[in-house]
Design a protein around this ligand. Structure first.
Ligand code: F6P
Length: 545
């Protein structure tokens, strides 16, 4: 088996000599191309045949995966080993969706009884709120839930609640994350304190944005209903149970999780409470089962049939070997509008690292910029650059074969046609001759053809992957999220980095804390750099300070 360095060198050599660079020709010369370049899990199909890879590329990527010990490290993660070395923690979000009935141990203790106890408490609470037996302080049923959290304590539930809108039969869910007072002000506008429940969601229960918003929400409730109402209108989700207690939230309204759940991997924990309140415990269970189905597939399927492995390997190929700096995730599903933002945290907070697991500078690159918007909207905004711009941006398309609007089938067929047309256009492009011929067939005169045809050329050979599944139900959403979590894991092993810490967010937090008194009083501004001091002074003078 080659070493990791040798495997990477072989991939680099292959990229310039062996990998296909004419995708039209690659399809024309190989009827089996699609068959060799897709993988299936039940109804879910991942097609990477429009990427510039061949079976030799896959073999070399598999060799890199073996040299990077991806499978061994995967098994260590599932086994509860402390693979998050810089924080000395296990990484066990998979235990939160473990439906096997088998134990999962950390330091010799089974965590499943705690996991199941919190799930049962969440279910009891959700039933009570949804049935109107747990009421506001005046006895009125809860009609609206406001989740106050940020990052992993916001993006996952906000994304999933929108994604599963057709399954909502509980209270309305709202999300406040930004410390910008506009966010909470706009959210509370129109809500009735007597029928509103707040979830304060924070793993650490120290995050300044969340604590500030929670205090504002608390005052809003107390001003309207009195201090005694806090216990009926608040609940909390955290690993820091002592800190929640100090906020005045009763013990039976605190839903815990554990330090082996990373914030951006926490949707499966009590952080998913807004989703459970919206769709009910049973469908939340389907969501967990979807994640578990993907876990089993990730652990059991051979590499080329393994969706997370292939998504990760192709992702690495694009980023580290082809040197493409970003990837676009384009769900052809309006209800997945928050998926790209959710994946930005999942992927970029995990794999945006400059040092390896052992603290050495990363040799080459680490994770790409991840961005996106739903299709078809993106087509009318930024697809110009993806088709004809000077950077190559691999695209990941997601689309369901069936929608929740059977009466609007024509809409959905248009959606599917657009999704598949984009990947075909990116792959095949349009030559100068084709552009000229098309213009001539429309009666354009020869001079105009010569002038305009170059603008109508598409280089093609622009890579994309497409994920197609039956329908975006709770089970499938669970599979999709787990698929992306594991792809991030696979890529992290290939980069050789720790995907589970986030030291890069610390410096800005520290400086913000230190700058607050400067902004408030102006004192100490002169000790800051010239730009920062001037910005503070300008803002203070505009605000009449
Ligand atoms: O600042 C980054 C971060 O620590 C994320 O990793 C996390 O998801 C988010 O802040 C919120 O943290 P908490 O849940 O502790 O409030």
């Amino acid at each position: 088996m080659p070493s990791k360095t040798e495997a990477i060198a072989a991939l680099r050599a292959h990229a310039s000599t062996g990998a296909p660079n004419d995708m039209r020709a690659a399809f024309a010369s190989d009827e089996g191309r699609f068959a060799a370049h897709h993988a299936v899990l039940d109804d879910m199909l991942l097609d990477w045949s429009k990427c510039r890879v061949n079976t030799e590329t896959l073999g070399l990527l598999e060799a890199l995966a073996a040299a990077s010990k991806v499978e061994e490290r995967r098994d260590r993660m599932f086994a509860g080993e402390r693979i998050n070395a810089t924080e000395d923690r296990a990484v066990l979000h998979t235990a939160l969706r473990n439906r096997s009935g088998e134990a999962v141990t950390v330091d010799g203790s089974d965590v499943m009884s705690d996991v199941n106890a919190v799930l049962a408490a969440m279910a009891d609470f959700s039933h009570g709120i949804r049935a109107g037996t747990l009421t506001g302080s005046n006895g009125g049923a809860i009609t609206d839930v406001v989740n106050i959290g940020i990052g992993g304590s916001d993006l996952g539930p906000a994304m999933a609640v929108l994604a599963l809108a057709p399954y909502h039969d509980g209270p309305g869910c709202h999300f406040v994350s930004n410390v910008d007072g506009a966010h909470i002000a706009d959210t509370l506008d129109g809500l009735d304190p007597a029928t509103t429940l707040f979830i304060v969601a924070s793993k650490t229960f120290t995050t300044i944005e969340t604590m500030t918003n929670a205090k504002t929400a608390r005052s809003w409730v107390v001003n309207a209903l009195g201090e005694a109402a806090v216990s009926s209108h608040f609940c909390a989700v955290s690993t820091a149970l002592d800190k929640v207690d100090a906020f005045g939230i009763p013990e039976d309204r605190i839903f815990g999780f554990w330090d082996w759940v990373g914030g951006r991997y926490s949707l499966w924990s009590a952080i998913g409470l807004p989703l459970m309140l919206a769709i009910g415990p049973e469908k939340f269970g389907d969501f967990l089962s979807g994640g578990y189905a993907m876990d089993r597939h990730f652990r059991e399927a051979p590499t080329r049939e393994n969706l997370p492995m292939m998504l990760g390997l192709i992702g690495y190929w694009h980023r580290a070997i082809c040197d493409y700096p970003s990837r676009a995730v384009i769900p052809y599903d309006q209800r997945l509008a928050r998926l790209p933002v959710y994946l930005q945290q999942l992927d970029m907070e995990s794999n945006g690292k400059g040092v390896t697991v052992t603290g050495e500078p990363v040799d080459g690159v680490s994770g790409p910029v991840v961005w996106g918007e739903p299709g078809t909207n993106g087509q009318h905004a930024f697809f110009q650059l993806i088709h004809q711009g000077t950077d190559i941006i691999p695209v990941e398309f997601l689309v369901a074969a069936n929608s929740h609007e059977p009466g609007l089938r024509h809409h959905h067929d248009l959606l599917l046609a657009n999704c598949f047309a984009q990947s075909a256009a990116l792959m095949a492009g349009r030559t100068l001759e084709e552009a000229k011929a098309q213009m001539a067939s429309k009666g354009v005169d020869g001079r105009a053809i010569d002038e305009i045809a170059p603008h109508r050329v598409f280089s093609g050979n622009r890579p994309s992957l497409t994920l197609v599944y039956d329908k975006l139900d709770p089970f499938t959403l669970g599979r999709i999220i787990a698929l992306y979590e594991h792809r991030v894991f696979v890529e992290a092993q290939l980069y050789g980095i720790n995907a589970f810490d986030q030291w890069g967010v610390e410096l800005g937090k520290e400086l913000a804390t230190a700058l607050l008194p400067v902004v408030e009083t102006g004192e100490g501004a002169s000790e800051r750099d010239g730009s920062t001091a001037a910005l503070v002074a300008h803002a203070r003078s505009l605000s009449g300070k």
